[in-house]
Design a protein around this ligand. Sequence first.
Ligand code: ADP
Length: 462
Amino acid sequence: MNRKSIYYKSKINIIITSVIILCGVIISMLMALNILKIKDSYPAVNSARLVTKDALDNIEDNFTGKNFNSLDKFNFKIKVLDLKGNILYNSYDNKSGVEDIASSIGYDMNFSSLNDGLIKYSSPVIVNGMQVGNSVFYIKKGMLFKNNDTWDMLIIFLPTLISFLIVLCRELYSIHTIKNEFVKPVAELNISADAIIKGDFNKKIIYNSNTEIGKFCASFEMMRDELKDSIERERRLEDSRKELITCISHDLRTPIASIKAYSDGILDGVAKDPDSIKRYLNVISKKTEVLTKLINDLFEHCQIELNKLSINKTEIYSGEFLKSIAYELSLEFENSTQQFEALDMPNVLINIDKLRIEQVIYNLIQNAKKYTPPDGKIVFGAEIEDDYLKIFVKDNGYGIKSEDIPFIFDKFYRGEKARSTDKGGSGLGLSICKYIVENHGGQIFVESGSSGSNFYFVIPKV
Ligand code: ADP
C-alpha cells in the first residue's frame, strides 16, 4: 500500500490514536490500583499515629486518675481499656463492661478499615515505661489521608487526560495537514476548473506533489496545459483555415486572371511576333503550374482526411532513384539564378512508393526555392544513419521563425514569411509530406534559423 495515501495515513492514525488512549487508560487503572493499595497499607499507620498522638498523651496522663472527660474534645472516637479488657472510656459505642483484648484490639493488625468508613487504630497505653492499658481510636478516613478523593481522582485520570490531550493535538495537526494537503488543493482545483469552463487556462494550482491529491493536481495541471496548447493550436488552425479561404480565392483568382489576360492578349493580337507569343504562353504555363499545385494539394488533403491517399510500396535501391531526381532538379535550376547542388547519394535497399517520396522531395525543393532569395543556394543530399536513410534539402534562405516551427507540419499552417508576402501556397504541402513519410515508417524534421532551413526525413532501410 502507498505510504503516502490518505487511506494508509488514516489507518495508521487510527492505530496510533487507539494505542495512545489505551496506554492512558491502562496507566490510569494501574495508578488507581496503587492508590487504593497505599490507602490501606502500612504507611497510613504513621498518619494515624500522628493524628492520635495528643489523645494518647492525654490518656497516659490521666490513666492513673481514670478521669478521661477531656478526651471528649477529640474529633474521633476513643475506647480506653485496662490490661484485663475492662472498658474505662468509650465514645465509640458507649458500651461498658469487659472486652476480649485479643480479638478487639489485635496489635498484630493494629490498623484496619471498618465498614462505616472509619479506620481503627490501636495503641498500648504506657505509663512510667510499663503498659497499663490499651487505647483504640476510630478515625474518619479523611483525617488520615491528606489527599482527598477529588485529588486522587485527578491523579488517577491524569494519564487518560494526557492521552486525550495528545490525541487532541494530533487531531488538530491532522486537520491542519488535511487543510493544506487536501482542502486547499481541492479548492484550487475548483477555482481552476471554473476558470477553464470560462475559457481561462492560466489559473495554476499550487500543490505538494508528494501527496495523493498532489499527484492528481499534477495530472490536472498537465491536462490544463494540454488543453491550453490544443485550444491555442485549434485557434491558430482556425485562423489559418479562415486565412486559407481568403488565400485560395486570391491564389486561384490571381493566376486565372493572368491566364485570361495573356490568352486574351494572344487572341486579340497584342502579342504579334512568335517571341511575344512564346513569352505569353510561358506565363500562362507557369500560372497553370501554380494552379495545378494548389488544386493537387487540396485534393490530396481531402484524400488524407478521407483516408484514401494510396501508398504503393516496392523495394528499390536508393542510389539510382535519388540520382535521377537530382538530375531532373538540376535541369529545373538551369535557368534559375538560385544555385543547386546535389551530393553523392548512398545506395541502400528501401521499401517505398517512388512517386510519393518523389513528391515529398519536390515539395521540399519547391519550398526551398520559394523561401530562398534569388542568389541563394539549395543543397539536396542523402546519408545513412543507423537503420535509416536520411534525405535532406538545405537552403540558405529566410529561415522559419522559432514560434512557427512547432506548427510548420500542421495542415493549413503558413509561416510568417508566407503570410506576410505574396508567396501563395495552401499551407498543406508539409502536412502531406509528414503523412507520406510517416506512412513509410519514418519521420520528418526541420532545423531552421536566420541562416536558412534544413528539412530532412528518415525512412527505414530494408
Ligand atoms: P505552403 O504551401 O504555404 O508553402 P507548406 O506546408 O509547404 O505550405 O509550408 C508551410 C509553411 O512552412 C510555409 O508557409 C512557410 O512559412 C514555411 N516553410 C516551408 N519550407 C520553408 C523553407 N524552406 N524556408 C522557410 N520557410 C519554409
